[in-house]
Ligand binder design. Sequence first.
Ligand code: FAD
Ligand code: THG
Length: 812
Amino acid sequence: MVQPTIIIIGAGIVGSSLADELTARGCTDVTVLDRGPLFSTGGSTSHAPGLVFQTNPSKTMTEFARYTVEKFVGLDAFDQVGGLEVASTPQRWTDLHRKHGWAQSWGVRGTLLDPQQCAALNPLLDVDRIEGGFHTPDDGLARAVRAVTVQAERAMERGARFVGGQEVVEIVERGGRVAGVRTASGEVVDADIVVSAAGFWGARLGEQVGLTVPLVPMAHQYAKTGQVSELRRAGLTGTEAHMPILRHQDHDLYYREHGDRLGIGYYGHRPMPVDMDTLLTDTAGEAMPSMLPFTESDFDEAWTQSVALLPPLGDTKVDEGFNGIFSFTPDGFSIMGEHRELPGFWVAEAVWVTHSAGVAKAMAEWIVDGAPSTDVHECDLYRFEDAAKSPDFILATSSQAFVEVYDIVHPHQYRSAPRDLRVSPFHHRQRELGAHFYEGACWERPAWYAENAVLIDELSTDGVAFPDRDDWSGRYWSPISIAEARWTREHVALYDMTPLTRYEVAGDEACAFLQRLTTNNVDRRVGSVSYTLMLDDNGGVLSDLTVARLATDRFQVGANGPLDLDRMLRHAAHADVTIRDITGGTCCVGVWGPRARDLVAPLAVADISHEAFGYFRALETYVGSIPVTMLRVSYVGELGWEIYTTAEYGAALWDLLFDAGRPYRAIAAGRIAFNSLRMEKGYRAWGTDMTSEHLPDAAGVGFAVSRRKGGFVGKAALDVAPETERTLRSIVFDDPIAVVLGKEPVAIDGTVVGYVTSAGYSATIGRSIAYAWLPTATPVGASVTVAYLDRTYSATVHAEPVVDPDMTLIRR
Ligand code: FAD
Ligand code: THG
């Protein structure tokens, strides 16, 4: 498609930014339709107060925000008054240190201030109420409607059209592709590509074409005070602001100036999901369908807390307010991507003003170049598990996301509801062993087992250390995990691998399909397992997979989640291959440790000696009477197998292995031990340690790219890729007490040069290990420092892997 005809539904901040980004890339046949009048359309953008705080735990969201600020500053649509977040509790003050760390990691300027310094920036503050603040001078206020207008004007100069008063009522399909839209007036407008940038209306539009867009329109309170005498003295009028935008997150509040009045936004009220049917009926014909009447009583606490923090407000009162609607999603991230079943239909929704231009740029790259240059997996339309696409789940989790918007959320905190949706066949046994469950991808997963507490004493006697943790890193954690990890290296342990996403890829063209889609040579003899990567068109790592060839035309693919299925299905469209998600119908126990062979051999029908069943081999066989697929693969880096069977045999398999393990003192071990062991072994976790922003070599997985095989997706980009400036490295902390949790900034000689991705305490060496993206030239042995909350730890760049570099443990 040389010059596609593109329709964008929605002329809010997202639609307008996208028109600008597309036309800037030479796609000038762009029409933007909006049901409302231009450019105050009545959508969320029309009345957004426009606060932009860039710093976010997500690197991607921070980069989206940074791009938005830079762009809007250039368009004279941004007041760079700075941002100030204050802490009124010790917990928040500690958390602001964590936030300062993210800012450093992602390259946002910011400083921690004492109360007096905060008051110097905002004289309304009661210094006695606060412990300190975090000041970010580059944050500020987007003039959202101006940003819409100037971007639209620029796009129109390049040939785009913007039409108001045009409601899209139908997405037109032809030949399995999008073909255009039908408007309320009955007119059909043809297009090769239709992008839904319809804000909170987007779920409705998606539904029409069989697409679940998991967002919930929610009302959020915004109020303005009357004149504040302190502000009047400053001589501001209209919408002017001079103080930094302010957040008081301990009470779910934020503030901006509107001349001599103060605007107050509140997230502390009950979640107010909006029913679209009712809304559309009630607001038919109204100019501002996204504004609902202010519910005063929901704001009482907001006002009390505001006057407490900002005493000069005592002279005034709430003058006006409204409950404004915008989108919330189950995980707080935006929703971006192309409908797989209706090519040409794209969505960019649940996007804050804060991230709008960054999201639009990534969308334009995706549409025009085939892949965005920023890692968007957190925002990908296809990231959701099946259960997570149910209306109940979407409503419950999005409401929770509203409640938590300003909460201090621990990186290992997991959903408290819905729970017990997906459980492995071993679940009852795990309960009996005192599993401490957490939720991931809707699965119940053991983090550790209370039953293993007894091992702590025994291992302590043998000299194993169990260092105490600080309150923060000690949450969602137990020293039992150290015992489980150590036990795995010394004896043998059973790990529930059921939640590992797996697919059966079969058919005459299955092999050719996987050869084309992934980087390693998978066309090897039956019984081979290959570690291989999926890349995007830029050569960035989209996933790492294990591919087991179980028959000439049948493969079992071990994957990282729903995005991998999406990727495969898109590429399978024209191939003679069937792809089946077998995760739910099967289960898996990982049996790993030096005694793994002793445990399994007596039960196995096959010869599982090293000579007969080598490393990275697969076999369909029996364990006892249970039909199994065994893969000699170990993410924990130990001798052993992943043993798969279908669900009905699961409980029997677990019991059989567990009983056979008694003489070898086999234990069940949990996810924290699992993670620490894989870090010792140098194995990367996709999505955390490496993403599409990284080339295989830089991420340390270049060995999974075959130099000899033919073409595969991403090869052309790899062939011309320059040396990367940063590589993923292992660092080992010097102090045995040091623990970090991920995303902390890493400095050399006092200058931040990179950031931590994941971390774990190594029971083998008695120190924490972390991965960090560091300048490529950093030598092994280099000293670095890592800022963790309000302290700094020293660490040393280590050769990889830290444990078992010679592969003697795993290949025996
Ligand atoms: P919208 O601006 O809603 O645009 C979507 C457009 O699509 C609308 O113009 C609508 O008319 C049009 N449309 C929908 N359906 C159709 C159809 N079928 N046919 C044709 N056109 C259609 N974000 C921040 O970053 N900072 C803040 O401080 C902030 N404060 C907020 C305060 C309030 C009270 C509210 C309500 C929101 C706030 N937000 C803030 C969120 C932000 O406003 C939104 O996330 C953002 O504006 C969404 O932009 P959008 O372009 O996706 O949606
Ligand atoms: N098991 C299976 N599939 C998986 C995972 C798994 N797919 C997703 C994810 N985990 C993939 N990650 C890895 C990372 C490393 C290894 C396996 C899966 C691994 N690497 C060997 C190494 O680096 O030494 C590869 C050696 C080789 O290529 O021969 O084992 O846990 N089924």
